[in-house]
Design a protein. Structure first.
Lengths: 109, 206
């Protein structure tokens, strides 16, 4: 353990991290505002009854982007040491896409 | 080292990954989330395949009310931010504030769950839209209900952690537990984003 750490240096380090965390938290709030905006656009398009051929692709893209925000910022995947989490979640997404595609195409044909 | 992990106080920069146990939990949990993604994908795929098979029963565009879904979305999205705040205070080693923000997260989650229960009761009583009404209703209740089950489990999990560790304070033993519970909570929100888009919004569009 770090019992012999110089206490002045130690406090400085703590202050540095605190500041870093505060900066980080600001970005999280910006992320949140953007997710709210995406949600409003998606609901707005449906309530305004814009053409379905236009609305459906747009709201799906908005959902995809919102999920990436959630993963990379709220779930901290953009921070260091997240190579394996990324590998695992993308493997999951890969299998998920195949699953949804196969289940939907069998009813189209 | 063994007794040190239960000592609260001076914690390293990333307390959730400071011990081998913490790193294993972190890694294992992301592996689990990868699996959960596939599991929900199979339910989404089933729903998409059966969404028009209403067998003479109610259709989605008849029963879905966007006002309720919008409020539920806002509650869950906000609860995701409050759990980010909880983890922010965890990194600053401020246990009381972390508990407070987790408490707010739980309240928002309870609001969401209450509204979902109201929604299901409303469908069954006012539209005779039961689980066995049609292939569409079965797929709908399975997908949305399974997500609701995740919300209920997440709430129990967070509350259990809060109560169990209330007197311990934050330490290297429980920091990974809190961190992972918050990851789970975010994942619930990830799934909900697709539910409100694919089920409710696309259901309204037709």
């Amino acid at each position: 353990m770090a019992d012999n750490t110089n206490s002045v240096e130690h406090t400085e380090k703590k202050e540095f991290y605190k500041k870093k965390h505060r900066e980080h938290m600001k970005h999280q709030v910006v992320t949140f505002v953007m997710m709210i905006a995406f949600t409003l656009i998606a609901f707005g398009l449906v309530i305004a009854e814009v053409d379905a051929m236009f609305t459906i692709p747009i709201i799906l893209v908005l959902a995809g982007v919102q999920v990436l925000f959630q993963l990379y910022y709220f779930m901290h995947m953009s921070e260091e040491g997240h190579q394996w989490p990324a590998a695992m979640i993308y493997s999951g997404i890969f299998a998920a896409v195949l699953t949804v595609l196969s289940l939907t195409t069998i009813v189209w044909w | 080292m063994a007794e040190d992990v239960l000592k609260s106080g001076d914690l390293p920069e990333n307390p959730e990954r400071a011990t081998l146990e913490g790193r294993n939990k972190f890694m294992g949990f992301w592996f689990f989330l990868g699996g959960e993604t596939v599991l929900f994908a199979s339910l989404f795929g089933t729903y998409l395949a059966l969404r028009n098979s209403n067998a003479g029963g109610a259709t989605g565009s008849e029963i879905f009310g966007l006002e309720l879904v919008f409020i539920m979305t806002m509650l869950l999205l906000t609860s995701s931010l409050t759990s980010v705040y909880a983890m922010y205070h965890m990194k600053n080693n401020d246990f009381k504030k972390m508990q407070l923000w987790l408490g707010i997260t739980v309240l928002l989650g309870l609001g969401f769950l209450g509204m979902e229960i109201y929604e299901f009761v409303h469908y069954v009583h006012d539209y005779e839209f039961g689980y066995t009404t049609s292939a569409f209703s079965s797929a709908f209740y399975t997908l949305v209900g399974f997500h609701g089950g995740h919300v209920a489990f997440g709430l129990l999990w967070i509350v259990a952690l809060m109560i169990r560790n209330a007197k311990r304070g934050l330490n290297l033993y429980n920091a990974p537990k809190f961190y992972i519970a918050s990851l789970y909570w975010h994942f619930i929100d990830v799934v909900w984003v697709f539910i409100f888009t694919v089920v409710y919004l696309m259901g309204k569009v037709g």
